[in-house]
Design a protein around this ligand. Structure first.
Ligand code: GAP
Length: 563
């Protein structure tokens, strides 16, 4: 706050407007203006300057807030579009259009400092759930380019294509499935597609190897699992039923990449090929969770999807195999356990002319994106198509001995949970994104396991003693978690900055930290704070991140002014 100061110099009175400011933890007095020699005039001038200063400050805060909200007030609304999400991700350091400084490159994106952490956490959690926590699934990491015979055997070289179509009316280029030819209109303007311009468009990227050999960038990770199937089964001593998992890049020369991370030319897949003797029943329990079910029959009869338990969908013959019902539920639960909104999911069966060349039956796990219900994960029953094809082309025996029936068989892939990493990332971002009116900032309500930064550690003000303790906490926590140390800006700004990128906890060092070795932890979603002993921090923090303890029960709840 500014105040008037009178100085006596050589018997004359001079008036000044001064202000106290905290600089590097110390309060320093600064002169803002000279006000003259006459008291009344000095007071009038001071009032004018203070009024202007207050207005400037208000204006600056307003501008800053608009900038912080990306100059787009509509982002301060819960239901943001896919384009708004792209803007948010770019501005907050999650995802950038690839080669943005050269105008971008359609269908390709780069991950920023928070995006790469989020994506790595997502893949790690997928791997933990599907591989580490199970005894029947092991992993591999196959090459991106492989012998082109693989793609002949799999059928991709021959038939992995879409139809390239051009609208007669709006002239926009799009892709449609072969099964949609003659049935669908232009999705932008409702016009007809020009038959003369319709052509088959191969989706695999072809590339040269050595001087004159060729191959393709893999369009799915699945084939690398099939070609290594026999080695993996022998080396890991797997017995039917068992699965092989892989997470890695895939590439498709999409005709019309669009909707930010939804349809890309370079993306990542998290896939499992689950091998069984088709005569054997699924030994795992199908639980009681409910989901919207949209079978082929319902679609053909133009009925609405129905909410039901997975196990009832199986019992009523809507889902044909117990394996399919089991995996559909597991995949749904993986999302829900990591904080996704269960109301925005449904399972939809492929209608007969929509199925891939290899599929016996396919169900998609779908999510309600702002641009409609879309495929999140495809779960095809591939039968023994792939292993038989590779046996035919490689002339190698890929059958294995099934100890239960004491016979060699070619196992069936009864279900292939195949999830795109980027689509999963979009789900978690959309479900986490909230705008809090009271706090007037965005809160990215990510599950702590997914959050790019697990905690931000602050000295409440810049003061040597506070900074020393904060740094030591930071150095200790960073051994186990991705945490940041932040001492710049007001405490409110630091909280808001972390809310926006999804940091679940902020740890603050204050006067009491010096007095009784305690710190406060603030919860992102509620802005509530607890006080705990520094010596207990690591243990409590671990339990908070793993959702093993309720926040309010983890320490002594305190009342604070800044939320
Ligand atoms: N191995 C089976 C397979 O690849 P898919 O339905 O073609 O099946 C599986 O792809 C998943 O991969 C999709 O459900 C989606 O999540 C993701 N995916 C496929 N194409 C994609 C693309 N162009 N951009 C982003 N993700 C894609």
């Amino acid at each position: 706050m500014a105040f008037i100061v009178k100085k006596n110099i050589n018997g004359n009175e001079y008036y000044y407007l001064n202000e106290n400011k905290r600089i590097d933890g110390k309060v320093k007095t600064k002169t803002i203006a000279y006000l003259g020699k006459i008291k009344k005039e000095a007071e009038k001038k001071a009032r004018e300057i203070i009024k202007k200063m207050t207005n400037d400050k208000k204006e600056m805060n307003k501008k800053k807030k608009v900038e912080d909200n990306f100059g787009m007030r509509k982002l301060m609304n819960k239901n943001i579009s896919i384009n708004d999400m792209a803007i948010f991700c770019k501005r907050k350091g999650f995802v950038y259009p690839s080669a943005e400084i050269y105008g971008g490159f359609a269908g390709f994106f780069d991950y920023g400092p928070f995006g790469v952490e989020l994506k790595n956490n997502l893949k790690k959690n997928w791997w933990d759930f599907h591989v580490r926590q199970r005894e029947d699934i092991v992993g591999i990491d196959g090459s991106i380019m492989t012998n082109p015979e693989v793609w002949k055997a799999s059928g991709h070289e021959e038939s992995f294509s879409d139809l390239f179509v051009v609208c007669k009316k709006c002239k926009k280029v799009n892709k449609i499935d072969k099964s949609e030819l003659g049935k669908v209109k232009c999705e932008f303007c409702g016009g007809d597609y020009d038959e003369n311009k319709t052509k088959e468009f191969k989706l695999m990227f072809k590339t040269t190897v050595g001087e004159d050999n060729y191959t393709y960038l893999r369009p799915e990770t699945a084939q690398l699992i099939f070609i290594n199937f026999k080695f993996v089964q022998e080396n890991a001593r797997m017995k039917l039923p068992f699965g092989i998992a892989q997470v890695g890049k895939s590439f498709r020369n999409e005709i019309a990449p669009r909707d930010f991370l939804f349809r890309l030319r370079e993306f990542e897949q998290m896939e499992i090929e689950y091998f069984v003797n088709p005569k054997e029943k699924c030994p795992y329990k199908i639980g009681n969770s409910k989901i919207l079910v949209y079978s082929e029959n319902m679609q053909n009869k133009k009925k609405e999807p129905e909410k039901m338990k997975f196990k009832d969908a199986l019992k009523n013959g809507i889902i044909k195999t117990d394996w399919h019902a089991y995996w559909l539920e597991q995949e749904f639960l993986w999302f829900v356990n990591l904080g996704a909104n269960s109301e925005k999911f449904r399972i939809r069966q492929h209608v007969s002319d929509e199925k891939s060349h290899y599929a016996v039956d396919t169900w998609d796990l779908e999510y309600k994106f702002p641009f409609g219900w879309k495929e999140l994960q495809g779960m095809a029953n591939r039968g023994d198509f792939d292993l038989k094809q590779h046996m035919k082309y490689s002339k190698k025996d890929l059958s294995i001995f099934d100890e239960k029936i004491k016979k060699k068989i070619v196992p069936h892939v009864v279900c292939e949970p195949s999830q795109g990493v980027e689509r999963a990332l979009l789900v978690f971002l959309f479900d986490a994104y909230t705008y809090n009116k009271k706090r007037d900032n965005i809160i990215l309500n990510l599950h702590p396991k997914l959050a790019p930064i697990k905690a931000a550690i602050f000295p409440i003000v810049k003061r040597k003693g506070f900074e020393k303790i904060s740094e030591s906490i930071f150095n200790d926590l960073k051994k186990d978690w991705n945490v940041v140390y932040d001492k710049s800006g007001s405490i409110g700004r630091r909280y808001a900055r972390n809310d926006e990128i999804g940091t679940p906890y902020c740890i603050t060092v204050d006067d009491d930290s010096l007095k009784n070795e305690t710190i406060t932890i603030r919860d992102r979603n509620t802005a509530k704070q607890i006080r705990i002993k520094i010596s207990q921090l690591k243990e409590i923090f671990k339990r908070l991140i793993n959702n093993e303890i309720e926040f309010e029960k983890a320490g002594k709840l305190i009342v604070t002014r800044i939320k």
